[in-house]
Design a protein around this ligand. Sequence first.
Ligand code: AMP
Ligand code: GLY
Length: 421
Amino acid sequence: MKVLVVGSGGREHALIWKISQSRKVDKIYCAPGNGGIKELAELVNIKADDAAGLLSFAKEKKVDLTIVGPEAPLVKGIVDIFQGEGLKIFGPTKELAMLEGSKVFAKETMQRFGVPTADFQVFDNPLDAKKYLKEKGTPIVVKADGLAAGKGVIVAKTIEEAESAIEDIMVKKIFGSAGDKLILEDCLEGEEASILVFSDGKNIAPLVSSQDHKRIFDNDEGPNTGGMGAYSPAPVVSGEIFNDIIDKVFRPIITGLAKEGKYYKGVLYGGLMMTKKGLMTLEFNVRFGDPETQAILPRLKSGLVDVAIACIEGSLDKINLEWDERACLCIVAASKGYPGSYEKHKEINGLGNVKDGMVFHAGTVSENGKIFTSGGRVLGITGMGKDIESAKLKAYETAGKIKFNGIYYRKDIGDKAIRRN
Ligand code: AMP
Ligand code: GLY
C-alpha cells in the first residue's frame, strides 16, 4: 500500500521510520518532509496546510492512507476534505480538532464530561478580563483561545504580567483572531506528563506514558520551546495514576462525545499535571506529540499502519498494542539561539558514525548527499535501554558523535525520572 505522511518534523520522521518497517507498505510519500525523511520516503513539495494540494496529490497517486502530523491541517479540516472524496485519513474531523484549535471548546468539553481541569473563566473583551484578574489575583494563567504555535499560554506571576498578556492577546492581537477570546485559569503546580491514546470514536487504546522538556535550558530554565527532549515511560505516572487518567480523562471524553454522535478518530494527546489535589488536565492536542513520538514509537512493537486503519474503520477493539519494556529517551539538538533567532545551513557531520542509536531529523535539508541544518530544532537523538538511565547514556553517547556549528542540547534530559526512580 501507499502511505502519505503530512509534516516535516522529528515526529514525522519517527512516524515514517515506524511505517517503513511494515511489510504491507511499498511506498511512502512525505509532504513536505526533511533531509532525514528523504532516506525513507519520497518528498513531495506541498505545504502541510495545503489541503487541496494534498488531496489532488493523494488522488493522483492513489494513496491508500494519509497520516497527518501537525495540528494546523487538522484544525483547518483536512480530514473532512479527504473523507469527502472517500480517502482514508488518520485524524479527527474539523469539529473535534477544535479540542486543540480552541481552548474554550476544550475546557467546555472537559467541564461537560466532568474531566478534572483547573477552574477558569472565558472572556471576549479585555476590560472584563482585567476586572476578573484584579478580583482573582496572581499567579494566574492567561490562554489565548486559538492556535498560537505553542506560545498562547502565559503563566503570570504578577498582575502586570497578566495585564500585558491580556493586552497582547486581545488588543495588540499578536496571535491574530486566536485572541478573540481568552481564558483566565487557576494556576496549578505539579509534575507534567503526556498521555496519548488511539481512538476509533468508541474504543481507546492507550500509548505508553512520556514526558517532554519544554524549556530551553537545564533545570527547566529559560523560555519555552517546542520541546527539547522526551522520555518514555514517565515514572510520575505510576500504573494506578495511568489507569486513573484513562478512566477520568480519556474515557469520559471519547464516550461522552460518542453519545453526542461525535466520533473522535485518531490520536488524542492529553497534557496532564499531577498536583497535590490530584490529577488535572491542562490541554488536549489532536495529534502525536513532538518530541514525545520520538520516544514512544521506538517502543511500539505493533504495526502503526494497522492501528491507524483500525482507528479509521472503528475496529480498535480488535487491536492489542504490544510494547517494548525498555525505556526510550530522545535529546533534541537545536541551533544555537533557538527559540530566538538562529543561523541556518550548517553542515551536520557524524551521522554516518551512528550505529545502533536512532536519529530523527527535524530542521534538516539534504543537498548533494550532505545534510545541513534548516531549523531551530534540528535532530532528535534517541537511545533505548533497560531503564531511563541507560537510555540516557545511549542517547548522549550518540549525541557526542554528531557535530554541527552551533549545536546545542540540554544535558539533563531524563534526570527528573532518574531521580524519581
Ligand atoms: P497548554 O498549551 O494549555 O498545555 O499550556 C502550555 C503549558 O503551560 C503547560 O504545559 C503548562 O506547563 C503550562 N500551563 C497550562 N495551564 C496551566 C495551569 N492551569 N497551571 C499551571 N501551568 C499551566
Ligand atoms: N511536546 C508538546 C507538543 O507536542 O505539543
